[in-house]
Design a protein around this ligand. Structure first.
Ligand code: BDR
Ligand code: CA
Length: 358
């Protein structure tokens, strides 16, 4: 784990260790900076904040910093036929319609979606304003097959970014044990540790939707990178910020779509008191890309993350051992602090690049 050696330890009074991701010095990231785009396979359930993340990723790809290997979709914010169509349409709007889109692996059991926040179509009821989907659900390959194929073909090269429930990743690991260890990194938005959850008092949406899948993914390697609500609820996109993005090229289709999606998301988020009265919404999923491409915006700590699958009141809760003492069973790096101002400023600048390029 050469990258771990590049992380700085910052001892804290609480006796835990926070680490700053020092990717400027990591050999692998030097390679990225020397012109090699980072290969990303994104698993997503679009979703308003997923859409902002996917547009950001397309901007990074346009700038030559990322290569989108594939986008796989999962049911979560809305049902999986919608998340598939949404991913396809967002890629078409960004100019990346040639990227393969995978369909969700069917999963057992029911879970409640988040259409009350993201709209019945997952896109703030705006999906009709997007370009037509360029991918056919019936012809698409299943997500687990794509994950297995891509990671097996390029071990250690592809970063797996998961911003929805972890059902597809778990299915891939179940079908092909050890496959997650073949990713360069696995970076997930999910979980919550030191504050209330957003679906129950204890649980965050992505983990609560499929806790058994999350448990399987956390067992899949010892260096899962986690962006929990503890940081993502501090990444609140505001009206001023969105106006600054859209005003750069107000007539461009992406600018108009992002502004309208923002309006919808901020209204529902405020309705559910997610933003402490601030007019805006949390772009949770974008934090994964901040970690990968602008790691100076986040501080992470080493932890042994466990997922509660049995509890009557705590199902889907993520916990780590916060007591003093040596930890021998750590499996994750968990983001605990975020430089919100910089992260949002960078996101805005990168979105403008994509908007202007189209
Ligand atoms: C996560 O849940 C979803 O509603 C969002 O898209 C994000 O991935 C936040 O808890
Ligand atoms: Ca999501």
């Amino acid at each position: 784990m050469t990258k771990d050696l590049m992380r700085y330890l910052l001892p804290l009074t609480a006796g835990v260790a926070l680490i700053a991701q020092a990717s400027t010095t990591a050999a692998s990231d030097l390679a990225d900076r020397q012109g090699k785009p980072r290969k990303i396979l994104l698993d997503t359930d679009p979703g308003g904040d997923d859409a902002f993340a996917l547009f950001w990723l397309q901007s990074l790809a346009k700038q030559g910093r990322a290569e989108i290997v594939a986008v796989t979709t999962v049911g979560g914010n809305v049902q999986s036929q919608h998340t598939f169509a949404n991913a396809s349409k967002i890629l078409a709007l960004g100019g990346f319609e040639h990227i393969e889109v995978g369909r969700a692996v069917p999963r057992r059991g029911q879970a409640e979606d988040a259409a009350y926040i993201h709209g019945a179509d997952g896109m703030g009821n705006l999906s009709q304003t997007l370009p037509a989907s360029k991918h056919q659900l019936g012809e698409a390959r299943f997500a687990d097959q794509i994950i297995i194929e891509k990671l097996s073909a390029a071990p250690g090269e592809i970063t797996l970014v998961a911003i929805g429930p972890l059902s597809n990743l778990a299915a891939a690991e179940e079908k092909c044990p050890g496959i997650l260890a073949k990713a360069r990194e696995v970076v997930i938005m999910g979980g919550v540790f030191r504050q209330p959850g957003n679906v129950t008092s204890h649980a965050e949406f992505n983990v609560h939707y499929d806790p058994e899948a999350a448990q399987k993914v956390f067992a899949g390697r010892d260096d899962i990178v986690v962006l929990p609500l503890d940081v993502t609820q501090r990444v609140t996109l505001t009206t001023e910020r969105v106006e600054s993005i859209a005003q750069a090229s107000p007539r461009k289709r992406i600018a108009r779509f992002l502004a309208a999606l923002f309006q919808f998301m901020s209204k529902t988020s405020m309705g559910y008191r997610e933003t402490e009265g601030v007019r805006g919404f949390h772009v949770h999923d974008a934090a994964t890309l901040a970690y990968l491409f602008y790691p100076e915006t986040l501080l992470l700590r080493r932890a042994a993350v466990r997922v509660e699958t049995q509890g009557e009141w705590t199902r889907g809760q993520t916990v780590f051992d916060d007591r003093h003492g040596t930890k021998t069973d750590a499996n994750a790096w968990v983001a605990m602090q975020v430089d919100t101002v910089n992260l949002l400023a960078i996101l805005a600048e990168d979105l403008k690049v994509l908007i202007e390029a189209k």
